[in-house]
Design a protein around this ligand. Sequence first.
Ligand code: SF4
Ligand code: SF4
Length: 256
Amino acid sequence: MATCMVDASRGLRALPREPGRMQETIDLVAHAAMRDLRSFTRRTGQPTTIDLLDTSPMEHVQEIEITEEHITVTYNQKTTFKYNVNEITHKEWSYKYNEDPEFVKAIGVVIELSRKHLRDIPDNVACPPGCAECCSGYEPFVSRADVQRIADHFGMSYEDTLAQYVVARDSADGFVVGYLRKIEDDIASQCVFLKGSGSGRHFCGIYEARPHDCGAFTPIGCEDVDASLRHNRKFEPGSPFKPKPHAVVAKRKLRR
Ligand code: SF4
Ligand code: SF4
């Protein structure tokens, strides 16, 4: 920000060429900003000097929240790595635009557009049938309840289901017990329950019993969507995933 003031003794008539006029404009803006700062200090008692102004550029924007009253931008997040905990700090720019009619109008248009967009169902709230990019690139975490549901779905024991289909991991609170296995030991590989790969018409082989993590996945804002698939195409999933017969027998024996 320019810090020099207007030289009142020269007067506006002394303005020579275009570049000088530009400087004068910047100085006037700075002058007005300083006046605002002093007035703020008088009203609130808080010190306000140019040095205290955050003039760092707004980079690495994490979140923009728009409500009917405010726009808040969270940016410049910084993580300080420590021995057993990380300290995360960020800056926030918040603007209350109630008294700025042009801004209110512009934000009104954005809000209306987003509402309209939300109404564009099903394209925005449903995955195109056959898409399974997220069943290959992610490892869904599973809780005890997830494993039990899959076990009941197959008629298997909890222990066998855990051993066969879950890579067990301890978690701090004991809620998560691991993540679903892939067909190969590679995060990019597909979930062990994913079916239809041969035909390119993917579907979840345990859909009703899938982990909560999978059910909570939303296509809104998904960047992995297979854009070659159409939403309106007819899609009949094939036969569901079936565990190897000996695993189910083991459960029946246990029940007796
Ligand atoms: S359980 Fe089903 S939905 Fe979840 S990753 Fe595997 S195939 Fe996909
Ligand atoms: S659209 Fe996204 S969330 Fe839905 S199946 Fe495809 S990759 Fe997964």
